[in-house]
Design a protein around this ligand. Sequence first.
Ligand code: PMP
Length: 435
Amino acid sequence: MTRIVHRTLNKRYPVAVGGEGVWIVDADGRRYIDASGGAAVSCLGHGHPDINAAMHAQIDKLAYAHTSFFTTEVAEELAETLAADAPDGIGHVYFVSGGSEAVEAALKMARQYFVEIGQPQRKHFIARRQSYHGNTLGALAVGGNAWRRRQFAPLLIDVEHVSPPYAYRDMQMGESPADYGQRLVAELSDTIARLGGENVIAFVAETVGGATSGALVPPVGYLKGVRELCDRHGILLILDEVMCGMGRTGTLHACEQEGVAPDLMTVAKGLGGGYQPIGAVLASGRIVDAFARGTGFFQHGHTYLGHAVACAAALAVQQVIRRDRLLDRVRVQGRALTERLVARFGQHPHVGDIRGRGLFQAIELVSDRASKQVFDPALKLHAKIKQAAMDLGLMCYPMGGTIDGRLGDHVLLAPPFIVSDDELDMIVERLGEAV
Ligand code: PMP
């Protein structure tokens, strides 16, 4: 055991000492191709000279000034950049240090908004089963992963969970994707009716499901239906784009492809590309105005929010994405990845589904393709694939199943946007070998 409390205790981790492009190198000189961007974080790969230079320049000027005393040029410029490309109406930026913090802040903003406007009776959140929103207690409560919640259940705020979009198993024979989407909206509508629409604060969802569900893509029209339903009851829509956002699915924000703008949106991971921990909540003017007209204070905050070096890293990442037209590249390389996954796994006896968008894709494993039977969870197939892949010099993001035992082990791929065709070949070949 090392002094560091690692997530998995009693395991030996290779010591990472270097990184360049899509590669990480360990102390023994072994090279690992980063096919998951860590956890969908490293969107520009490792050791990007422009990002490093921007961070150095900021450190030489100023690293940290507490935001209850100062703002900084770099934080203001990053906020302007994010606001310029924000979905309709959500151009107000609240900085945090990561994804869970972003989710906590969004939940509290949503609740405070209703207190400010004189609707303090609203106290329910609705979210989705099998979702992942982070590991702090509020984020864990909206998260819908039964295994992660189990031992903390008595500590969690009460959240209702509805079905996620999971077309592979839940779309019925003969049902169109649009009808399936409306069926999901109807389920949400029933839940709202049961709680009383006037008592609900917000519906919280990942635009494209990620960490614990494996790139679950919303059926056409589903999020529009959700948006309409929320509007009808005055409920806020919170989209969590910590993992699927900031270009990962081929548009800057995944919700652009659904034609939907939320009231609050969380971003992190790819925002700073792993060069610094940073996240943000993008909030609507209606919410921020209510705070300004009301108490004039957001009752929440963290020490490092808006950290100047983190903002410098994120600003540089965002500038490179725009300068190098990397969103176009995500779409092209995303198609190239799908082609390779279909060629390698399309007929594989143990791959039931290949899904995702842009450079955010997953395969789901089954013991039998025809019956879609999942593997026995006790096999811990995901952990075995992760180790086999690492032994082959491949970082990917395998995860165990669940939504009540129906979701199979799956492997998420989220390589840096700069990944080349040859590197995609290598990723899919090594993954095939690992599986
Ligand atoms: N929301 C989503 C959708 C995520 O995927 C994650 C991280 N996997 C989080 C929130 C939490 O982010 P962090 O680990 O930075 O706290």
